[in-house]
Design a protein around this ligand. Structure first.
Ligand code: GLC
Length: 592
């Protein structure tokens, strides 16, 4: 079966505020993004996901939208968006937008009207109660119910108080949002990433949670958790605190409606949900095309999403086995989607680094994304090894969930200010949203010298963490990204081949075969600090035994190297003896 474009594509997430500043005001914009399209094409990605570009008071960096059919003035006008979209298409790049369904900004006209009285035409567009009916928390800023004097009532918000939840039980809300979705589809966008789909409905019984802590106390306990036991307790508390506010029934109907709308358009428009639950894919044809493999991304993340997993061959194999089995239950065609980073989490280079082999482990991260089965999503800046950029001064934080936490730590929990600032800086998402580093010059070439950028530029741009320096260096991370992206594009089995693990038990390397009707590709990713000697003479046997095997594989195969991250003198290797350098990424076609 021919694959759709979103199955073969590599996606690249652009965080518009930080990607490219075309008008030199310290904030990214559409002019900048348009200018960088040749860069993206040259890098070798196929599709772009834009974090929200809509007008917003920016309490949550654009995820609080005040007009679903507009463009934030700091990013340009609607005509600038259209130029960007057409140019992207002209460069062969698809574009998907971020659609935030759960909530609007409290400065959206819908909310202004809704909060103005109890009997206005939009009175029921949000979730109102006379008194707070329970102890629910907002996952960003404490109490989930906020009082509005005009109505003498409280509204519900899963995120910040500036992000009131829409009432999706009201058919007028559904119509209004689908109209907004059509607005961009009519213009030609190729699909949507659906924000926070799990938060759309709440438990109708409004059941209280039974966690004996406030949100600030739980965050604090998470910061302080050291042992696996302590981490498990806080993890359970996170689950219990929000269990009645997440993953409630009703969403599937909505997803079906939205999918039906997309299917009216030509060109296989697509939906990817910000969730890891394959249930959102419906029967494989009638809801979302993709959901993210977040369990792999959350590897080695902070205790908030503690899974007790590190980025090792064993965990990647286990994760793939779980994901592929879960998808298989949906349909034989349900497609995986892997990612290691986005605007909400610590950067790959920092998170998977050990302080010594950061560059090697960043390469392994990318190689894993581009060789496992499924659609990869990469995050801007990863290609040059941008790191977490910690902000130690709480007054400079822009991520309001972190400023809120800072204030709670200092004012309620009496944590000394310097310590509170450090912890807030670490949990803040600002650290992974700093401006893209284009050059080693002033402001990293993001904005003109001396223009204050919306978040500070990381000083490491002057030490080679920038596009310009890496572009001309064949050994740079950027060149590695380019080589690997081009390899993937020219190796069909890496895109459409099935996936079969070899050497299930190996602890210092990950080996698997991707095979389609024409190609058998062996991928070996060494996680070892030492050289290792491997024997793959059992591969024909493993493939013959595997249910997924497509072609008969003759004994006496050899490996023809198609990619190696280390210098390799031979292009053909004997399967019984392949030597891998430390952290080598080795990819070969198996031939008779
Ligand atoms: C999603 C976004 C995140 C945002 C939240 C609320 O999780 O990825 O950045 O803060 O939704 O919209």
């Amino acid at each position: 079966m021919a694959l759709k474009w979103w199955q073969t594509a590599v996606f690249y997430q652009i965080y518009p505020r930080s990607f490219a500043d075309g008008n030199g005001d310290g904030v990214g914009d559409f002019r900048g993004m348009t200018e960088k399209l040749p860069y993206l094409r040259d890098l070798g990605v196929d599709a772009l996901w834009l974090s929200p570009h809509f007008p917003s008071p920016n309490w949550d960096c654009g995820y609080d939208i005040s007009d679903y059919c507009g463009v934030a003035p700091e990013y340009g006008r609607l005509s600038d968006f259209e130029v960007f979209l057409n140019e992207a298409h002209h460069h062969g790049l698809k574009v998907i937008l971020d659609l935030v369904l759960n909530h609007t900004s409290d400065e959206h006209a819908w909310f202004f009207e809704s909060k103005s009285s109890r009997n206005n035409p939009k009175a029921d567009w949000y979730v109102w109660q006379d008194v707070p009916p329970n102890n629910w928390q907002s996952c960003f800023d404490g109490e989930a119910w906020t009082y509005v004097p005009e109505r003498g009532q409280y509204y519900y918000h899963y995120f910040m108080r500036q992000q009131p939840d829409l009432n999706w039980h009201n058919p007028q809300v559904v119509d209004a949002m689908w109209k907004a979705a059509r607005f961009w589809l009519d213009m030609g966008v190729d699909g949507y990433r659906l924000d926070a789909v799990g938060t759309i409905f709440e438990d109708p019984h409004l059941t209280p949670h039974d966690v004996p802590m406030s949100l600030a106390e739980l965050r604090n306990a998470s910061d302080l958790a050291q042992t696996p036991e302590q981490k498990e307790v806080v993890q359970k508390y996170w689950h219990d605190m929000f269990q009645h506010q997440l993953g409630q029934p009703g969403v599937h109907d909505l997803m079906k409606q939205l999918r039906a709308i997309l299917d009216e358009y030509p060109g296989d428009r697509m939906l990817v949900g910000e969730d890891d639950d394959p249930d959102y894919m419906g029967n494989g044809q009638d809801e979302l095309q993709l959901v993210f493999n977040f369990p792999l991304m959350r590897t080695e993340l902070d205790p908030l999403s503690y899974q007790g997993k590190t980025f090792t061959p064993g965990w990647i194999r286990e994760n793939q086995a779980q994901r592929l089995a879960a998808l298989g239950k949906i349909s034989s065609e349900a497609w995986p989607c892997n990612t290691l980073g986005n605007h909400d989490c610590s950067r790959v280079y920092t998170r998977f680094g050990d302080g010594i082999h950061d560059a090697e482990r960043a390469r392994l991260g990318l190689a894993t994304m581009l060789t496992l089965k499924g659609t990869p999503f990469l995050y801007n800046g990863e290609e040059i090894g941008m790191t977490d950029s910690l902000i130690g001064d709480a007054t400079l934080l822009r991520d309001t969930m972190a400023t809120w936490y800072y204030e709670r730590l200092v004012n309620d929990l009496h944590v000394p200010a310097p310590q509170a600032a450090e912890r807030a800086g670490k949990m803040s998402r600002d650290k992974n949203r700093t401006p893209m580093q284009w050059t080693g010059g002033p402001n990293a070439g993001f904005s003109p010298a001396a223009v204050p950028t919306w978040l500070p530029v990381d000083p490491n741009h002057a030490d080679g963490v920038n596009v310009k320096d890496q572009l001309g260096d064949p050994l740079s991370l950027f060149s590695f990204y380019k080589r690997m992206l081009h390899l993937r594009r020219s190796t069909p089995a890496l895109i459409d081949g099935n996936y079969q693990v070899v050497h299930q038990e190996a602890s210092d390397y990950l080996a698997f075969v991707r095979q389609n009707e024409h190609q058998t590709v062996l991928v070996v990713l060494s996680f070892s600090k030492e050289r290792i000697r491997l024997d793959f003479s059992d591969v024909p046997e493993v493939l013959a035994a595997g249910k997924a095997s497509i072609q008969p594989v003759a004994p006496g195969l050899h490996a023809r190297t198609i990619f190696s991250s280390a210098g390799r003198s031979k292009t053909v290797e004997n399967l019984s003896e392949i030597h891998l350098g430390a952290f080598e990424i080795y990819i070969a076609t198996l031939e008779g």
